[in-house]
Design a protein around this ligand. Structure first.
Ligand code: ZN
Length: 242
């Protein structure tokens, strides 16, 4: 089975559609690592599109925020405005969909979480030290996370050290039973100074993973955000990738 691995769509339909077109025909199933909504202008359309695909989705902190499950006082002002707008905009059906998402999932040799296996909704795995602390918290060889919006692979090395490897795009990598935590990056709000939508393709049985990147029409999303009077900072960041 080939899986389209996506995360952090953040209600950016133009980015999501571009990823699906780019990966067309190359997958059988979708694993979505959370934050389907929040920040972007298309929360219902993104939920509806995801629901129309054969998929499994994990809950992210922005999905929970949209449900009113989180105290959003820790969010910055712009993020809070986006949460308020998303809460008002989501249909009852999509609220029910997001409310039913699990926080982790284990499939064969793969563990899925939004933030980290240790603290699935909240923790950011930002460096090899945090990754090292997380390896004891899952039992499979491989773990997929999102949340930081930055594509990276953390490897647990034979000597017990953990390192971070930046992605090489469009190259298949054999995971070879070595324990790794893989972040495919963000579909709808990349933060690694590259505005292109990020995703991955996994061949489940052979454990071969490939990072991918594709430009999408950023201005289509920005125009909708302006129409809805969303914060300018959130609009601008999409074209810079931060
Ligand atoms: Zn996110």
């Amino acid at each position: 089975m080939r899986v389209l691995v996506i995360s952090d769509i953040h209600a950016n339909l133009a980015a999501f559609e571009t990823v699906l077109n780019h990966a067309d025909g190359d997958w059988d199933y979708v694993w979505c690592l959370g934050d389907v909504v929040g920040y972007g202008p298309d929360p219902n359309a993104c939920c509806d599109l995801l629901k129309s695909l054969p998929h499994l989705c994990i809950a992210g902190n922005h999905d929970w925020a949209a449900l009113g499950r989180l105290d959003i006082r820790t969010f910055n002002v712009d993020a809070r405005r986006a949460v308020d707008w998303t809460q008002k905009t989501l249909t009852k059906e999509n609220i029910d969909y997001l409310a039913a998402l699990p926080t982790t999932f284990v499939l064969g040799n793969y563990t899925l979480a939004h933030g980290s296996p240790r603290e699935p909704v909240w923790e950011y795995i930002l460096d090899p030290l945090i990754a090292a602390l997380n390896f004891p918290h899952f039992e499979t060889d491989y773990c997929f996370v999102g949340h930081t919006h930055t594509p990276v692979t953390y490897r647990l090395l034979d000597g017990g050290e953990t390192d971070a490897v930046s992605p090489t795009y469009n190259v298949s990598q054999q995971l070879n039973g070595h324990r790794v935590i893989i972040n495919p990056g963000s579909v709808g709000q990349p933060r690694d100074s590259n505005p292109d939508a990020a995703y991955g393709i996994l061949d489940v049985e052979s454990a071969v993973f490939e990072y991918r990147r594709i430009p999408y029409p950023v201005q289509v999303t920005q125009e909708k955000m302006r129409e809805y009077e969303m914060p300018e900072r959130l609009i601008k960041r999409l074209e810079h990738g931060w």
